[in-house]
Design a protein around this ligand. Sequence first.
Ligand code: ATP
Length: 340
Amino acid sequence: MRVLGIEGTAWCASAALYDAEADSVLIESDPYEPDSGGIHPREAAEHMSEAIPEVVDAVLTAAEAEYGPDAIDAVAFSRGPGLGPCLRTVGTAARSLAGALDVPLVGVNHMVAHLEIGRHRSGLENPVCLNASGANAHLLAYHDGRYRVLGETMDAGVGNAIDKFTRHVGWDHPGGPKVETAARRYAEENGDPEDLLDLPYVVKGMDFSFSGISSAANDAYDDGVPVEAICFSLQEHVFAMLTEVSERALSLTGADELVLGGGVAQNDRLRGMLTTMCAARGADFHSPEPRFLGDNAGMIAVLGAKMARAGETMPVPESAVDPNFRPDQVPVTWRAGDVP
Ligand code: ATP
C-alpha cells in the first residue's frame, strides 16, 4: 500500500508518500516563517493555501515517476487538532485529491500520529508516549482500544511556553533551538552549573503547567539576569517537569518503554534527561529521527496506511476537520491483536 499524507495543522505545509512495503517515506515540507513574533493564524492560513498545492505536486510527481499513474492507494490528512483555517485548507485538498485519484480518504489525529511514528520507527510494542510539541504536552498510553491521556499541560504547550520567552527577548520564531544553543553555551562556560534561577516548577499529580514559568523567565530578563542563564534554568525546569511525569506514567502503567515525539523532542537536553531516567528504571527509550519530530506529513502517511489497512477510511460528508480533536477520541482499531 502507498499513501499520500498531507499535514497542515499550524505552520508546516507538508506532503509525503509512504510506501508500506518498502517502509520508505518521502517528505516535502514548506514551513511558514513569520517576519516577526510568533505564528499569526491568518498568515499561517495564507501560507497553507499557497504551499499545500506545491508540496503535494512535488510528492505526486515523484510518486508517479517511480510507480506510474496508480501510485496512490489512499489519501491521509491531519484532521486536527490545530488552527481551523489551516486545517480546512488541508481537508479541502485531501478530499479533492481522494476524489480525483478515486482512492479512500483517511482522517488522522495529528497527536496520535506524533505518537505512532515513534512506535513505528522504534518497533517498541506498547510504549508510554511523551508528546512534547509546540501547542501540546501530554503523556499517552494505550488501554482498551484508546490512547488514554495520563497527564497533560493545564495551560500552554511546552514549545509555545519556550517561544513566548524568546519572543519577549526579541528572538525569531521558533525559539526552542535558540534556547537550546544559549543553554548549552552557558553550561559549557560555567562547568554544568547546579545553581538554578528560582523559577516555578509546577507539577500537579500527572499534569503540568508552563504559563507561570514563561512569565517568570520574562520577569528575570527584565530584571537584568543574563539571557543565557535564564535559558539554562528554563530548560532544566521545564524538562525536569516532563521527565518527572514521564517516570510516573511508566510507574503507573508498569510499562518499560518510552517514546518521545513532537518538535521539542529535537532538544538534546530533554532527550538526555529521559535517557538517564529510563536507564535508571531499566526501560527502553526511543525518539525518531528529526524529520519525524516537528510537524511533518510522513507521520500522517504512516498512520494513514495503518488506519486504511484497518478499514478506517471515511466518506467525504463525515470528514470535517476538528481544531480540538483529542487523541483519546480516536478508536485505535489498527492495533487490534497487536497488544493486549
Ligand atoms: P502541535 O504538534 O502540538 O500541533 P506545533 O505544530 O506548534 O504543535 P511542532 O511542530 O511539534 O509543534 O514543534 C514546534 C515547536 O518545537 C516550537 O515551539 C519550537 O520552538 C520547538 N522546538 C524545535 N526545536 C527545538 C529544540 N531544539 N529545543 C526546544 N524546542 C524546540
